[in-house]
Design a protein around this ligand. Structure first.
Ligand code: GDD
Ligand code: MN
Length: 398
């Protein structure tokens, strides 16, 4: 009779090509592994296991497994689940006693999973199980990631308070600003109900924070095709949500961490060095025009910035993005890049002039400090937009 608990993986949060501990978990590969992260779900666990078993026995009998990953719940959820083992051959239970947290629980479950498709669903019956079949059909059609979304047709939340709705939408907006290329692809980046193809995740080093495992998967996996299915987030029947302010803070930390790790740091460093050399050119010409020749503030700001732009373009084209420009040779291409770079930087000058005037006239900050702050802000803007438009790094990588 199998009532043994799963061994708990440790170390890097990476998804293996084969499950960890293959001997104790079972040999044969499966189609689908569904992780149920639990914390104080003793009143819900039997019901959700029963419902999921009935549903999946009817759809993919013998080709799936349910993996409960419990964080040593004080209400002994892991023990209740363990007692279910003899009745549910496709059930496996992991009791974590040191590591904690929803998103690492999901990854540890996936590390011992045998399925070609790895999924996660809440154990508190708030995620309607029947949507799994729609998601599995999308995966069979070739999707790399299939997510249950509250913000597509057929989606919604039951009696969520206006505050929680506002927070969820606000978090999404923030994500769109900080990590547009990831959050922009997901209609419900907060969803904790989705499945992903193992092959899309192999070798990806996940470093999830808090509750948001989905953005980690979408950011670090090789995800070409994302499918979505609407679902209505239900009210809990038992237990209570563990979402606190802490999860929102962790979410912001997570976005910033992903932003940094997804950013081409070396290029940004070079771009910064070039920008820094441009500051000397900019400030030197600004001093010449403003203090030596007595030109007006705005004209001096704009003209000195333009001279710096030309300086920066030449260096960036040769050094920062040299590998890209060398593959797009020719005067015409170069002129095109210079024009794009200039337009983006001109927009940056307007932004810079607005910021200088705002900081100087509204906040009374010294004009030179204002100018330096404006240059720093505009440098990030210039890098990001130039990366996406002028040197179009993605073209070269294809
Ligand atoms: N192992 C483990 N460790 N499980 C946890 C932990 C933890 O620290 N915290 C929560 N869980 C489990 C709960 O037992 C439940 O099964 C699931 O994770 C979701 O936790 P809730 O506390 O019920 O979260 P929620 O209902 O407010 O929000 C859920 O749904 C949202 C919409 O899909 C979460 O999944 C959110 O991440 C998700 O955005
Ligand atoms: Mn819940």
């Amino acid at each position: 009779m199998n009532d043994s608990l799963l061994p708990v993986p440790s170390g890097a949060l990476q998804i293996p090509a084969q499950p960890y501990f293959i001997d104790s978990v079972g040999q044969e590969p499966l189609k689908f592994s569904l992780v149920l992260p639990t914390y104080k779900e003793s009143q819900n666990i039997q019901k959700i296991v029963q419902i999921l078993s009935d549903l999946l026995d009817g759809y993919i009998p013998g080709q799936y497994e349910l993996i409960v990953v419990d964080d040593n719940s004080p209400d002994l959820t892991w023990k209740v689940a363990q007692e279910l083992l003899p009745d549910y051959p496709q059930l496996r239970v992991m009791r974590r006693q040191s590591e904690k947290g929803l998103s690492t629980a999901v990854v540890r479950g996936w590390q011992v999973a045998r399925g070609e498709i790895l999924g996660v669903i809440d154990a508190d019956l708030q995620h309607p199980p029947e949507v799994l079949l729609q998601l599995l059909q999308e995966m069979e059609r070739g999707a790399d990631l299939a997510l249950a979304s509250r913000h597509v047709e057929g989606g919604g939340v039951s009696e969520w308070s206006a505050v929680r709705r506002f927070l969820s939408r606000g978090a999404q907006m923030l994500g769109l600003i900080i990590l547009p290329e990831v959050i922009g692809r997901l209609s419900d980046p907060m969803s904790g109900y989705f499945m992903v193809r193992r092959s899309a995740m192999i070798g990806a080093s996940l470093s999830p924070v808090g509750y948001k495992i989905l953005i980690e998967v979408a950011a670090r996996g090789k995800i070409r095709w994302i499918a979505e299915a609407g679902y209505v987030f239900r009210e809990r029947e038992a237990g209570e949500s563990k979402v606190t302010w802490k999860q929102y803070i962790e979410y912001i930390q997570h976005l910033l961490r992903l932003r940094l790790s997804l950013w081409p740091v070396k290029r940004f460093f070079r771009f910064g060095v070039v920008g820094f050399s441009g500051v000397f050119v900019d400030m030197g010409v600004f001093y010449l025009l403003r203090t030596v020749l007595g030109f007006g503030l705005t004209r001096s700001t704009m003209f000195s910035a333009e001279v710096a732009i030309i300086n920066n373009f030449l260096w960036n084209d040769f050094w920062t993005f040299g590998d890209v420009s060398r593959r797009q040779p020719g005067k015409r291409q170069r002129i095109k890049r210079l024009i794009k770079f200039n337009i983006i930087c001109l927009a940056g000058i307007i932004l810079q002039t607005l910021i200088v005037n705002l900081l100087f006239n509204v906040f009374g900050i010294n004009e030179y400090i204002a100018k330096l702050m404006a240059i720093a802000i505009v440098t990030v803007w210039n890098f990001w937009v130039n990366l996406k438009l002028s040197w179009r790094v993605t073209d070269v990588q294809k």
